[in-house]
Design a protein around this ligand. Structure first.
Ligand SMILES: Nc1nc2c(ncn2[C@@H]2O[C@H](COP(=O)(O)OP(=O)(O)OP(=O)(O)O)[C@@H](O)[C@H]2O)c(=O)[nH]1
Ligand SMILES: [Mg+2]
Length: 346
């Protein structure tokens, strides 16, 4: 999964990037550099399975973060950056809610979110308008033409494509454009140190609800310091501030919800591993996540729910005795925490 950290200059993008990745990219002074960082998604189930199978080889799901710089010049979003943003699975807009001495204006979270949306809309209008004018010359498929016109109308009115409630088929027709306003998006309110435990501003909560955006708050500066501490010191430091868990963990959960992702597990003496899939994925498609041969030659899936496996003391035989071991066919919808062994034939 590739997540872009976007937003206006000085909103604290790189600070948040450091907090999420534990890296130490330079902050402040409007650095003009794209940072890339990969994190492993902590999953205690993988740790536990590795103990049961006595293996040291643990593989976790990963999230790649891209921290953009200088997105917002006077003339709008930079075309090169827009092109890179189009490749991402989700966008996280960092919204400034702290006083930044390098910027003149005080924080105005809602206004900042609205004007960033306008920039995204302008960026999406370019390919849509180009397509429309080409369609007028060619004989276009009427379904596609109607769709493109509807998208253009929405964008003209300031409505992100995400809100149009498109069908699967319509999304498919638009997929080549990789529209920014269609991407799942989260607002991350970057709050001042003294506002750490304040409730989220009501106007922003309302706005996020209407526009199908996920919303969370953190203090980037503090969380960046936390990420620099050794793991065993982090808990204590957070507790002293009244924070229950690192923002990174909250963020990962929110991102999985945002993208409707779950994990299934594979376990054995050679390796224990978490695989990320979209909720609703069938067993056969899930097999393809591991290897295309497994999907093509799919026979069946042997499934034990993680919870059952642990309750049976990590014994497959015991799971079988208690009827917790299931054989599932290709259309079985995989559940979060399923431990799966795929049978296949190529
Ligand atoms: N007080 C406070 N300052 C913060 C917080 N987050 C970031 N800052 C400060 O804001 C300034 C800008 O932070 P950056 O993380 O570099 O912001 P950015 O969005 O990456 O900036 P550009 O890359 O230049 O667009 C730095 O001086 C940070 O220390 C915060 O939560 N509280
Ligand atoms: Mg930066």
């Amino acid at each position: 999964m590739k997540v872009g950290i976007v937003g206006f200059a000085g909103s604290g993008k790189t600070t948040v990037f450091n907090a999420l990745t534990g890296l130490k990219a330079g902050v402040g002074g409007f650095k003009d550099k794209v940072n890339l960082g990969i994190i492993k998604v902590p999953d205690p189930r993988v740790d536990r399975l590795a103990e049961i199978y006595k293996t040291r080889r643990k593989v976790f799901a990963e999230i790649t973060f891209v921290d953009f710089a200088g997105e917002f010049k006077k003339s709008g979003l930079d075309a090169k950056i827009v092109a890179e943003m189009r490749q991402l699975d989700a966008l996280v807009q960092i919204v400034r809610a702290f006083e930044n001495p390098m910027l003149e204006h005080p924080p105005q979270p809602l206004a900042e979110v609205e004007s960033f949306l306008s920039e995204l809309i302008l960026a999406d209008l370019i390919p849509i308008e180009n397509r429309l004018s080409r369609m007028k010359k060619e004989k276009a498929n009427p379904r596609e033409r109607e769709l493109i016109e509807r998208v253009k109308e929405a964008l003209d009115e300031g409505v992100p494509v995400r809100k149009l409630g498109l069908s699967c088929e319509e999304s498919q027709l638009l997929s080549g454009f990789r529209l920014l306003t269609e991407k799942p998006m989260m607002l991350l309110l970057n709050v001042a140190e003294n506002a750490l435990l304040d409730p989220l501003p009501a106007n922003l909560v309302e706005y996020a609800g209407i526009n199908l955006l996920k919303l969370m708050a953190m203090c980037g500066k503090i969380e960046m310091e936390v990420a620099e501490l050794a793991a065993e010191e982090q808990g204590e430091f957070l507790r002293s501030l009244g924070i229950t868990e690192p923002a990174r963990d909250r963020f990962i959960r929110a991102a999985y919800e945002l993208l409707d992702l779950i994990s299934f597990l594979t376990a054995g003496e050679d390796e224990c591993r978490a695989w990320t899939i979209r909720r609703g994925t069938t067993a056969q498609r899930a097999a393809g996540k591991i290897h295309s041969d497994m999907e093509r030659g799919f026979i069946r899936a042997e499934v034990i729910a993680y919870k059952d496996f642990v309750e049976c003391g990590g014994s497959e035989a015991r799971c079988k005795e208690l009827g917790k071991y299931r054989l599932e066919g290709k259309d079985y919808v995989v559940a979060d925490g399923d431990i799966i062994n795929f049978r296949f034939n190529v």
